[in-house]
Design a protein around this ligand. Structure first.
Ligand SMILES: [Zn+2]
Length: 130
């Protein structure tokens, strides 16, 4: 029997479970990854992504220059972070080895977790043939 995964439809927490990219913390955005513009709220200390994705808009989009309705007087002039191709992303994921889960695993995390990446483990979906 053969099966093909074409796509998944899920909410953001489920996306984290399917992709094994943790959707918590400052690196929660799986598109921006380490290039995100998340900030910590002064009251409460929560990570916020408000106004952090205007750089995906076209350069001449009116929202980029809108100082009134977005982040306090800030004009967005940055370009979107580079989007990895599936091959590039696969190569990144292969850098991370397998994590043994279960009682003997303890609290294993890949080095630099939460600093440069949010990979929790390598998803089994990467083992499929594409
Ligand atoms: Zn993002």
């Amino acid at each position: 029997m053969r099966a093909t995964l074409i796509w998944t439809i899920n909410d953001f927490p489920a996306y984290g479970m399917v992709s094994d990219w943790s959707t918590h913390g400052k690196l929660a955005c799986p598109y921006c990854m380490e290039n995100n513009k998340a900030f910590t709220l002064t009251n409460g200390g929560k990570t916020s992504f408000f106004y952090c994705h205007r750089h995906f808009l076209p350069m001449n989009h009116r929202y980029r220059k809108n100082r009134k309705d977005f982040f306090i007087g800030r004009v967005e002039m940055d370009v979107a972070p580079p989007r990895l191709s599936s091959k590039e992303l696969h190569d990144v994921v292969l850098e991370y080895g397998d994590i043994v889960f279960g009682f003997q695993s303890g609290k294993q995390k890949f080095p630099s977790f939460g600093l440069t990446h949010n990979w929790v483990k390598r998803s089994n979906f990467w083992e499929l043939l594409y």
